[in-house]
Design a protein around this ligand. Structure first.
Ligand code: ATP
Ligand code: MG
Length: 444
């Protein structure tokens, strides 16, 4: 039971109790049925919230029923002739309670029931012996009509109040959601600013490192040439210098690719040729466990406006990651190309080509899936974490899209993980762009 469902007293309850106490002090004072009924009324009133909290759906029904019963008992014991009891307005209590908890139709039904309970005294054997004048029936009808008036007025007020509360709640939720999004956007903006500054810094540094690297590499090669076989140790060391310089140089190029604006020359062409080149590039230098490449290209694919070298680089980055993921155990790489249609926020539905690159590696953990396209996110010892951010930049430049999926559980396939699937969409060349026509684009 939660704290707020415990019986607690609010000022309204106090008011009810004062009212009931007042009734108790008024005649007939020594009528014990009346006093006990009023006491039970007080207890019910005081514990109403608690009962409704404990009996969620039926609590309100019980409360109204109890109050109708108590009102009927009170009327019975407070008048010479029950129906003439001056305590008849006690029926307002169940009627107003019903109006508070139920909708208009249910309130009408409860009011009818309360009125019926009151009018039931017409069938009291004592009364049946008496002659009832017509105006008494009129008086009774007026009382009953007042029950209905009170219940409907209170119910309208309560329903309207409830509606307003719901409206404010919905508004508060929308505001909270907007606030949350705003905070998220601010955090992202701060992160972007930091990354932009970092990008500029790396670009500057990389640019400055490039020239000395060239000199070091040239000198190492000269040394190897000059010394030849005469000094094997120096030749070996010069070889190390050369390899490490190459590695550094590749790293610097990667930084620069990420940081500087890319110049893309988009020419409509066959995407599968570019993809094949990327697959060969990676396979050629692969030194890990064997990877089986399965190609599945649809026939009659439309041409796609591409910058060959940038796209090749993007595919190399994705394929290289897949090879790295399957590194020690090997596996298979499935490459599918087919016609597709995607919806674009600006241009509506777009026809194009979808490339799916799917490996059988360990897959990408769900908590990392949102982040892998951000720069410097890596799980590899020697990784920089720039591969996929460059991919995303290149794909954006081609007005395409990229998403990552988990192909599904391959339980039973020994030694294979759930895998990762990269789905890349490229819009096809529009009819207006003639084949062979080139568009120059700067991707920043
Ligand atoms: N096919 C894949 N299977 C499993 N994890 C992957 C796959 N592709 C990418 N990842 C995860 O995404 C991370 C980011 O990849 P990304 O290519 O951006 O950087 P990287 O490969 O670590 O470094 P580099 O800059 O050298 O490419 C990887 O470190 C890896 O954890
Ligand atoms: Mg990579």
């Amino acid at each position: 039971m939660t704290e707020n469902k415990r019986p607690t007293m609010n000022w309204m309850d106090v008011l009810w109790l004062v009212f009931l106490l007042g009734l108790a002090l008024l005649p007939p004072f020594w009528e014990w049925h009346k006093q006990v009924t009023l006491l039970v009324f007080g207890i019910v009133q005081f514990t109403e919230g608690w009962i409704i909290g404990r009996v969620p759906r039926r609590g309100e029904i019980y409360i109204v029923l109890i109050k109708i019963g108590l009102a009927t008992v009170l009327v019975k014991h407070t008048g010479e002739i029950s129906i003439n009891s001056s305590y008849w307005p006690i029926y307002f209590l169940p009627v107003v309670t019903a109006a508070e908890y139920f909708g208009p139709w249910a309130t009408l039904s409860w009011t009818t029931l309360a009125s019926a309970a009151y009018c039931a005294y017409l069938f009291d054997p004592e009364i049946r012996e008496l002659e009832i004048p017509a105006e008494s029936y009129g008086l009774l009808a007026i009382r009953v009509l007042f029950f209905f008036l009170a219940s409907m007025l209170v119910n309208r007020f309560v329903v309207e109040n409830r509606r307003q509360t719901q409206r404010y709640q919905a508004l508060a939720e929308t505001l909270a959601e907007t606030n949350r999004r705003l905070e998220q956007a601010q955090a992202e903006a701060r992160r972007s600013e930091r990354l932009a500054a970092l990008g500029q810094l790396s670009a500057g540094l990389a640019h400055e490192i490039r020239n000395p690297l060239g000199v070091i590499k040239g000198s190492a090669e000269m040394l190897t040439q000059k010394l030849g076989a005469s000094n094997p140790l120096a030749t070996e060391l010069a070889g190390y210098i050369s390899t490490e310089t190459n590695r550094l140089s590749a790293l610097v190029t990667r930084f620069l690719d990420f940081a500087r604006p890319l110049h893309a020359d988009l020419t409509p062409q066959d995407i599968t040729a570019v993809l094949d080149r990327a697959l060969n590039d990676v396979a050629q230098f692969w030194r890990g466990a064997p990877v089986q490449v399965v190609k599945d290209y649809s026939a009659g694919l439309p041409l796609v406006p591409l910058d060959e070298s940038l796209c090749e680089q993007a595919f190399v980055n994705i394929v290289q990651n897949a090879y790295d993921a399957m590194g020690t155990g090997g596996g298979s790489l499935r490459v599918q190309v087919r016609k597709a249609r995607a919806s674009n926020r600006n241009a509506g539905n777009l026809d194009g080509v979808e490339v799916r690159i799917e490996d059988t590696g360990p897959g990408i953990p769900s908590e990392l899936r949102e982040q892998i396209f951000n720069p410097f996110v890596t799980t590899k010892k020697s990784g920089v974490g720039l591969g996929l951010s460059i991919v995303s930049k290149i794909i954006d430049g081609h007005q395409g899209s990229i998403r990552v999926e988990t192909p599904g559980n391959r339980a039973g396939d020994s030694g294979q993980g759930p895998g990762a699937r990269f789905v890349i969409f490229f819009p096809a060349a529009s009819d207006k762009v003639a084949v062979g026509q080139t568009a120059h684009l700067v991707i920043s």
